[in-house]
Design a protein around this ligand. Structure first.
Ligand SMILES: [Fe+2]
Ligand SMILES: [Fe+2]
Length: 363
């Protein structure tokens, strides 16, 4: 039996996998199985130590629960189910960013957390890949990626036309709040991508990180600039509680980013995802800035900085990271293109949903 130390008390695997219900309707007190979100929360609130007494037989059941839940959610296209699974996965991934004195840090690499998180990430990625249609042979990878971004609906999305021409202050605030988590984690995600690179790729990523760090001036660091932009519109920082009100597409976009950047096996895809992000943002952020001016808001420096610098970063990723990678490893090209497409698809879903949400509060 696994012993899991939960904030000073011991928990068994039986307790982990069958949570007694507090439902009054359960007159005979039969424990109901925990939801995926409850399981994720329990794993993250546990100080797990692997030892010889562990009941490894519980692992297949855990993996099966996670994979069948996420597969069912995608098959049903049910927003509530998709929200549940992505909320649980978001929580499990948050262990990568936990403060060392947060109990969640102890479970970052516990076998049960890894098993549940990895299996769910694999299903999500396989599911998204199965829907992609990509050219098999690509000659000029850099120009093919630019074209891929330019032609995709996410590349010049109506969301940013709306922000430029019609959105109210309240809608712009909601956009900032919705964008917050990924913007504030981007520095760390980039740092994850840096590990294991070599040559010009390492230099390029280090230069990107230096820009993220405000080139040595914390007041110009991107995390700081974003916090200022959010505060300037009266926006709230994301919290564990606010996750419940996120659209599932926002959670899924975050989860895809973390899955690709934190897993070595997805490194080539992560490079494509990052390059797509740098290419996507400058023209769309220009429209957002025009929208801020139109409603009398100060120009958010976080976004104006990215209009300028992401043009440089976009070329840098293509020329100094992706081109050398594809030259030295021809098999990498396919994964890089997949990473670009995965980012574009998740952005399109997220932008579509966010536009509908903004229009609903604006009308
Ligand atoms: Fe940045
Ligand atoms: Fe950038």
């Amino acid at each position: 039996m696994v012993l899991i130390r939960m904030r000073g008390w011991l928990m068994t695997t039986q307790m982990l996998f069958a949570t007694p219900t507090s439902d009054k309707g359960s007159a005979i007190g039969i424990p109901r199985p925990p939801t995926l979100l409850e399981l994720a929360s329990q794993l993250l609130s546990s100080d797990f130590r692997a030892d010889s007494a562990i009941d490894w037989g519980k692992l297949p059941g855990l993996i099966s629960k996670g994979t069948s839940a996420i597969a069912t959610a995608y098959e049903s296209e049910d927003s509530a189910l998709l929200h549940d699974v992505h909320h649980a996965l978001y929580m499990l991934q948050s262990a990568h960013f936990a403060s060392p004195d947060d109990v969640a840090a102890a479970s970052q690499f516990s076998p049960f957390t890894v098993a549940l998180r990895s299996s769910m990430e694999d299903v999500m990625i396989d599911r998204m890949l199965s829907k992609l249609e990509l050219d098999e042979a690509v000659d000029q990878l850099g120009s093919a990626i630019r074209e891929q971004v330019r032609q995709h609906p996410a590349g010049a999305h109506r969301l940013f036309d709306h922000l430029e021409q019609r959105a109210s202050v309240a809608e712009i605030r909601l956009f900032f709040e919705s964008d917050a988590r990924l913007n504030e984690r981007f520095f760390d995600l980039l740092a994850m991508c840096l590990v294991g690179t070599s040559g010009t790729a390492k230099t390029e990523l280090a230069a990107n990180l230096w820009d993220e760090a405000g080139r040595g001036n914390n007041a110009r660091g991107h995390v700081h600039l974003f916090s200022e932009a959010l505060a300037a519109v009266g926006g709230r920082e994301p919290t564990i509680e606010s996750l419940a009100s996120w659209e599932w597409q926002a959670l899924a976009g975050h989860n895809l980013f973390v899955a690709l950047c934190s897993n070595r096996k997805h490194t080539f895809r992560a490079m494509g995802l990052m390059a797509a992000t740098e290419l996507l943002d400058p023209p769309q952020y220009s429209k957002l800035i025009q929208g801020c001016r139109r409603v009398g808001l100060p120009v958010p420096e976080y976004y104006s900085e990215h209009v300028e610098i992401d043009v440089v970063h976009g070329s840098g990723w293509l020329d100094n990271v992706i081109a050398p990678l594809a030259r030295s490893n021809p098999r990498a090209a396919r994964h890089i293109l997949e990473g670009v497409a995965l980012r574009l698809e998740s952005c399109r879903d997220y932008y579509d949903t966010l536009l509908r949400k903004l229009q609903s509060i604006g009308s």
